[in-house]
Design a protein around this ligand. Structure first.
Ligand code: IPE
Ligand code: IPE
Ligand code: MG
Length: 252
């Protein structure tokens, strides 16, 4: 759960303050397997520990009033893993939602799954749709969970739907611009991430939010995701507040 059942969110006066916070944080939750391996544990133990980090980071976003968080939970490429690992990951998604949805809802968190969801196994798909429906009017934090998500797939699907709408004369080719294109993505209506965090030392994007990350600030750490907790998140946010974002312009 996000916040322990006996505890609501902390009072904002005990919360660390920052001069500038991102509006939207995206995280590639990576390194679960290596975390487990270094402890002589099965990979599944790493994935379980990773769920705890997610709880802490969601809680911290609420404390700091960061309104958008997008987490990469399962990529379109992750089907290449052994069947057993895929089914453990699917099970964890179901368990997480069943266990957490009450607290997420009570704390105003909206669960918004993004990805090609229709091909997910039935159980996680149903839990996801139910959680999304139940929390859809919540406003405190939008938690986008990227599942069977691939940036290229997302762009291809958007192009297909645009082409269909052109052929049905719903839109004209000349209407297509960046804003209209973005409205055909899974993230319709969600502002682009300001900060991308990748734990576990990898320096790649792994097909995550290819369109949306155009001007995100990157922050990487060698820490594996299961060890990525509030302290590490605060470090990333501290670094972010000192970044100068020029968006192609020049320093003022
Ligand atoms: C991230 O951790 C979880 C998923 C990709 C689902 P990994 O399982 O990729 O962990 P490493 O990268 O092998 O350590
Ligand atoms: C990216 O991690 C996907 C998720 C965290 C869900 P991977 O572990 O799958 O990425 P690669 O294979 O190292 O690029
Ligand atoms: Mg990995």
């Amino acid at each position: 759960m996000v916040i322990s059942r006996k505890r609501r969110l902390k009072n904002s006066d005990s919360v660390k303050s920052f001069s500038k916070l991102p509006n939207h944080v995206a995280i590639i939750m990576d390194g679960n397997g290596r975390w487990a391996q270094t402890r002589g544990l099965p990979r599944a133990a790493g994935h379980r520990a990773g769920v705890e980090s997610l709880r802490v980071i969601v809680e911290t976003c609420c404390e700091l009033k960061i309104p958008f968080l997008t987490v990469y939970a399962f990529s379109t490429e992750n089907w290449r893993r052994p069947e057993e690992e895929v089914s453990i990951l699917m099970r964890l998604i179901v368990e997480y939602l069943r266990r957490e949805v009450d607290m997420l809802d009570e704390n105003g968190i909206r669960i918004n799954p993004i990805g090609k969801l229709d091909v997910l196994p039935e159980e996680p798909r149903k839990e996801l749709y139910a959680a999304a429906e139940r929390t859809e009017n919540n406003k405190q934090l939008m938690l986008n969970v990227a599942l069977n998500y691939g940036g290229r797939m997302e762009i291809v699907q958007a192009a297909q739907r645009l082409a269909t709408d052109v052929s049905e004369e719903i839109i004209k080719v000349d209407d297509i611009n960046e804003d209209l294109f973005a409205s055909y993505l899974y993230t319709k209506g969600v502002p682009d991430p300001d900060l991308l965090i990748r734990p576990s030392g990898e320096l790649r994007i792994s097909n995550f939010l290819l369109w949306q990350l155009a001007y995100a600030e990157f922050w990487v750490t060698d820490t594996y995701w299961p060890d990525f907790r509030k302290k590490e998140f605060h470090q990333a946010l501290e670094d972010f507040q000192n970044r100068e974002r020029r968006f192609g312009g020049i320093k003022n």
